[in-house]
Design a protein. Structure first.
Length: 318
């Protein structure tokens, strides 16, 4: 059994490794495509909050890494291309866009991923000067291939007795599940991968839907704490953007956790009742929860952005 546990842990670790390398590869080649012309286009898109949020959502759905988008915005603000206020709707929209990864990971696209990896990898190896778009495709394929490995190994963990007992213990303690999601998110630096792991365990009948929702909320909360730790090395307007992102994750996580307990204790239908009413497979219903977190948070923070930004500017002046 211990050997099985080590084998499964190795598969999961390999999947996480491919996932992070894929994100790095994807982000690196996208940055090659985001030169001055791209930044000028993004600057033009920030002329109104609606355009900014839409551009951010498209950017998030493409890049699938909030940190890379944050640093693009930080560099643009530092260069005086846009103000902090105009950058915030872009970042809020990007949070919604990055939610697509969790939903796509619940789909059966293994054959597509294999062809994507094979064709883009062969072309990159054979061409003398491959275009950055091939690196984007290859990185995206690696990312989703890694996620599928993580999901597959997570379902196999149900056969490991000590892991099963540990998960069952957390399954009836939502606050413990919330904290576990936050801690895992800080460790792996990816709220999406934590959410995907929890959803895979739910599909394997290890976790209940209630517990998985708490983990999803906690993973995003932990993502905010990671951003705050990262912001310690920044000053002025750069830190203001990072602190706003921290508040987005932390405040949204706290509000939705309160609503979670209100729904569970009072029986008033809210998020859980909404997603369970959808005619979708369980895994996709729970992927919608991740989207709800980011949409709810984006709307809430957009409405509160002016007073919050005023407080941030006083606390961390330019």
């Amino acid at each position: 059994m211990e050997l099985d546990a080590l084998t499964i842990a190795g598969e999961m670790l390999a999947g996480l490794g491919l996932f992070f390398v894929g994100i790095q590869h994807l982000s690196g080649h996208l940055r090659q495509m985001t030169g001055r012309k791209f930044r000028l286009m993004l600057k033009g898109a920030t002329r109104s909050p609606l355009y900014s949020a839409t551009a951010g959502a498209l950017l998030g759905a493409t890049m699938q890494t909030g940190s890379a988008i944050t640093f693009i915005l930080v560099s643009m603000v530092s260069a005086g291309m846009i103000t902090v206020d105009r950058s915030l709707p872009v970042r809020l929209g990007a949070a919604v866009g990055t939610s697509t990864m969790v939903f796509v990971a619940t789909l059966d696209i293994q054959l597509f991923i294999l062809f994507l990896l094979g064709i883009s990898g062969v072309l990159m190896a054979q061409l003398r000067s491959p275009r950055p778009i091939l690196g984007v495709f290859f990185g995206g394929g690696l990312m989703f291939f890694g996620l599928q490995m993580v999901g597959g190994s997570a379902s196999e963990l149900t056969g490991v007795s000590w892991f099963y007992d540990l998960i069952v213990g957390v399954d009836h303690l939502p606050i413990a599940a919330f904290m576990a999601g936050a801690i895992l998110s800080i460790i792996v630096q990816s709220p999406q991968s934590v959410a995907i792991l929890a959803i895979a365990l739910t599909g394997a009948d290890v976790l209940s839907s209630w517990t998985t929702i708490a983990i999803i909320y906690g993973s995003n909360f932990g993502g905010g704490l990671s951003t705050y730790l990262l912001s310690a090395g920044f000053r002025g307007t750069s830190r203001q953007i990072l602190v706003f992102q921290t508040l987005f994750n932390v405040l949204t996580g706290c509000v939705l956790l309160l609503l979670f307990y209100a729904e569970r204790l009072s029986g008033v239908p809210m998020v859980h009742a909404l997603v369970m009413s959808l005619t979708l497979p369980l895994e996709q219903q729970l992927a919608i929860v991740y989207l709800i977190f980011n949409v709810f948070g984006a709307v809430m923070m957009f409405l509160l952005r002016r007073p919050l930004l005023g407080w941030i500017e006083r606390r961390w002046p330019p």
